[in-house]
Design a protein around this ligand. Sequence first.
Ligand SMILES: NC(=O)C1=CN([C@@H]2O[C@H](COP(=O)(O)OP(=O)(O)OC[C@H]3O[C@@H](n4cnc5c(N)ncnc54)[C@H](OP(=O)(O)O)[C@@H]3O)[C@@H](O)[C@H]2O)C=CC1
Ligand SMILES: O=C(CO)COP(=O)(O)O
Ligand SMILES: [Zn+2]
Length: 352
Amino acid sequence: MFDKSTWIRLPRNVVVGHGVLSQTTDAVDELHLAGRPLVVTSPTAREVAGERVVEGFAATGTEPVTVVVEEASFAAVERVIGTAEAEEAGFLVGVGGGKPIDIAKMASDSLSMGFVSVPTAASHDGIVSGRGSVPEGDTRHSVAAEPPLAVVADTEIIADAPWELTTAGCADIISNYTAVRDWRLANRLQNVEYSEYAGALSRMTAEMLVDNADSIKQGLEESAWVVVKALVSSGVAMSIADSSRPASGAEHLFSHQLDRIAPGAALHGHQVGVGSILTEYLHTGDEGQWRNVRDALARIGAPTTANGLGVDPDDVIKALTTAHGIRDRYTILGNGMNEAAAREVARVTGVV
Ligand SMILES: NC(=O)C1=CN([C@@H]2O[C@H](COP(=O)(O)OP(=O)(O)OC[C@H]3O[C@@H](n4cnc5c(N)ncnc54)[C@H](OP(=O)(O)O)[C@@H]3O)[C@@H](O)[C@H]2O)C=CC1
Ligand SMILES: O=C(CO)COP(=O)(O)O
Ligand SMILES: [Zn+2]
C-alpha cells in the first residue's frame, strides 16, 4: 500500500520591491487575519522599519503591540509569548534580521497564530523558512516554527542596510552547495530522508546566485532584489524538506560552534561561508571545487579566512574539531576531526 504523505507550508504572499513596506497592511489584509498585530523586532530594525510597520497598522485602526528582542534564545521566545498582549493578539509580525524573525516565528508557533515576515536585511535564508535556529547550552536546535503567511521585503530598506549584511546572505546561500552534499551523504550512509526536489532547488539557488555574482554590487538596489529572491528560494527548499537540511550542513555546525567559542565575532552568513570552503575540501579533496566556493565568496566580498572573520585561528580549529557534537545531524565531519587534520584543511584552503 502506498502510504507516503507530505505537507508543504509555503507563504501565500511574497511582496518584494522598492518601498513595499507601506504595502504590509495590504499583504496582511489579503490574508483575512483577525485581531491586533504583535510586532516582534530588534533595536535597529525597529528604527529602520518596525516603527513604520506599527504606524501603518495604526492607520488602519488596528493598534499593534511591539516587543523588542535582542537575542535568539528560548528565553526571548518565552518573553514574547508571556506578554499580556500576546494572548490578545491575532497574529505576529517579525521585523528585522534573522534573530527577531526566528523569535517571531517560534512564538507564533507556540501561540498558534499566523506569522508575517518583514526582513530588514538580506543576511540569512530564514526569511521564509518554517524553522527556528536557537542555541541552548552545548547544543544548537533547529526547531519547527510557524512559516510565514506573507513576506514583505522592501529592497529600499535592505539596500540601505550595511553591505556586509548582504554579503552574509550571499554566503548563507553559497553554503547550500556543501549543505546538500552533507544531506546526500547522510542519506547514503544513515538512510536520512532526502528530497530530490528540495536538494535540487537548494543547489540551483546557489548556482543562480553565483552566476549573478557580477550584478551583486554595493549601492545597487538591484543586488538586494537578486539576493532576496535567492533567500526566498532557499527558504522554500527548507519548507519543502520540512527541515533545514537543504541549507544547513557541517558548515552550519562549524558556524554554530564559532558562535559559542567566539560570540559576536562575525555574522552567521560569513561564518557558514568560511565553513563551506573547509567542508567542500573535506567532501571532494578537489582543489578546483573548494576554490570555486572560495572564489564565489571572494567575488561578492564575503570573508574567506579566519582573519577576514575577525576570529582567532585557534578558535577556527577548535570549532572544526568540536562541531560534529553540537547536534545529532550526520555530516562529512562524521565522528569528528582530530586537531592535526583540522589544521591541515585550514592550512591547505588558506582559511588560517
Ligand atoms: N531559521 C532559519 O532558517 C535561519 C535562521 N538563521 C538565524 O538568523 C540569525 C542570523 O541572522 P542575522 O540577520 O545575521 O542576525 P541579526 O538578526 O542579529 O542581524 C544582524 C545585525 O544586523 C542588524 N540589522 C538588521 N537590519 C538592519 C538594517 N536594515 N540596518 C542596519 N542594521 C541592521 C541587527 O541589528 P539589531 O539587532 O540592532 O536590529 C544586527 O546587529 C542567526 O541566529 C541564524 O541562526 C539564519 C538562517 C536561516
Ligand atoms: O541557518 C540555517 C540555514 O541557512 C539553518 O540553521 P539551523 O540548521 O541551525 O536551523
Ligand atoms: Zn544559515
